[in-house]
Ligand binder design. Structure first.
Ligand code: PLP
Length: 377
């Protein structure tokens, strides 16, 4: 038996998504920029996709810019905000995904943008009083960039409150929502938010496709220069099959959302209870309370044991896929800037288990059984 418990890194594609992509690839091949009927047919697929996605998140089609995934969308929001919107100060956190963190380094070094980090507690919650203090004291045009759910520890940001604070101080607000779009309902009409980002492979869609939502009142120039695709905001012939797959995955996830939330949250709670009852001295990293924690992510800190440095390797040998942190830091917990950012005891081994609609109780029982065996060996 094998257990795939690394769904925050990526998810298996849904059968329906593969079918929709295969069908579109075999029928639609025109270049969406061509004016003839083949091109117009391809173009209409993309515009329908934009409308469908916009409907689910209460956004206008023109506010959706298709990209090569979450990384590009995060880069675009941050770099374009500094370059085109006169942002000279970004307030962010020390536990953002590298797609954001490295873009911040870029605008600091190349565009002289000031970067401030908001205080966090030991569970990764943002100190909203400190955020307000930073906003109130800034003399520059500010962008706040804070992720909705942390991909390593699952702690959720109160988007509405942060959006209201940004509005109060006239700051732009970007949130990396790669781990939460299609996992929770989004009503952008009720949130004061300027940019959010999406990656299809986090919810059973294909890799290499996602989008940036950009509020319609913001005008920017492209990050990727080329043709006039995506209303002039992103050059390059569109990934039609990818966009079809993204849209199908989005539709499925939104149609089945309530069932998934309760099923997956149930599995996470079950795994927490099993681990507590079978292994002494474990701790959960980040928030555990369902309303404050992403239901697909569980990061566990194990008590010290002889072979702890080998844990991920031994789990892999047993057929269990999980990780030490994000896919980029997998295998080295001391390398996780997120765990360092919330002052976790990195002398103890942690493992991130992450779930999806395809995860079964059997997989969790299998993983817990092997964990007990390895820790006691
Ligand atoms: N942001 C977060 C929070 C992520 O978890 C990921 C993926 O690991 C990304 C951004 C990057 O997305 P993509 O893999 O589509 O580039």
């Amino acid at each position: 038996m094998k257990a795939y418990l690394d769904n925050a890194a990526t998810t298996p594609m849904a059968k329906e998504v593969i079918e929709s992509m295969t069908e579109s690839m075999s029928i639609i091949f025109g270049n969406p920029s061509s004016l003839h009927s083949f091109g117009r047919e391809a173009k209409s697929i993309i515009e329908n996709a934009r409308r469908t996605i916009g409907k689910y998140i209460h956004a206008e089609p023109k506010e959706i810019i298709f990209t090569s995934g979450g990384t590009e969308a995060d880069n675009m929001a941050i770099i374009c905000a500094v370059r085109d919107l006169s942002v000279k100060h970004i307030i962010s956190s020390s536990i953002e995904h590298h797609a954001v963190e490295h873009s911040l380094k870029n605008v600091k070094e190349n565009l002289s943008c000031e970067i401030s980090h908001v205080n966090l507690d030991e569970k990764g919650n943002v100190d909203l009083n400190h955020l307000e203090e930073l906003l109130a004291n800034s003399k520059e045009k500010v962008l706040v960039s804070l992720m909705h759910a942390n991909n390593e520890i699952g702690t959720l940001l109160p988007l509405k409150e942060v959006g209201q604070l940004c509005k109060k101080y006239g700051a732009y607000f970007h949130s990396d929502t790669v781990q939460t779009l299609s996992h929770y309902p989004f009503n952008l009409a009720e949130l004061d938010i300027d940019f959010i980002t999406c990656s299809a492979h986090k919810f059973h869609g294909p890799k290499g496709v996602g989008f940036l939502y950009k509020n319609k009142n913001i005008s920017m120039t492209p990050l990727i220069e080329g043709g006039a695709q995506e209303r002039g905001l992103r050059g390059g012939t569109e990934n039609i099959a990818g966009i079809v797959g993204l849209t199908k995955a989005f539709e499925l996830a939104n149609a089945e959302m309530n069932d998934h939330v309760s099923k997956v949250q149930g599995l996470k709670t079950y795994m927490i209870n099993e681990l507590h009852s079978k292994i002494d001295g474990i701790d959960i990293i980040g928030e555990v309370e369902p309303l404050k924690s992403l239901y697909t992510v569980l990061n566990v800190l194990f008590p010290k044991f002889a072979k702890q440095g080998m844990l991920l390797f031994m789990l892999d040998l047993e057929g269990i896929a999980c990780s030490g942190g994000s896919a980029c830091t997998a295998g080295a917990n001391s390398g996780s800037h997120v765990l360092r950012g919330i002052k976790t005891d990195v002398t103890r081994q942690n493992v991130r288990f992450s779930f999806s609609k395809y995860t079964t109780k059997k997989e969790i029982d299998f993983a817990v059984e092997k964990l007990v065996k390895i820790i006691n060996s």
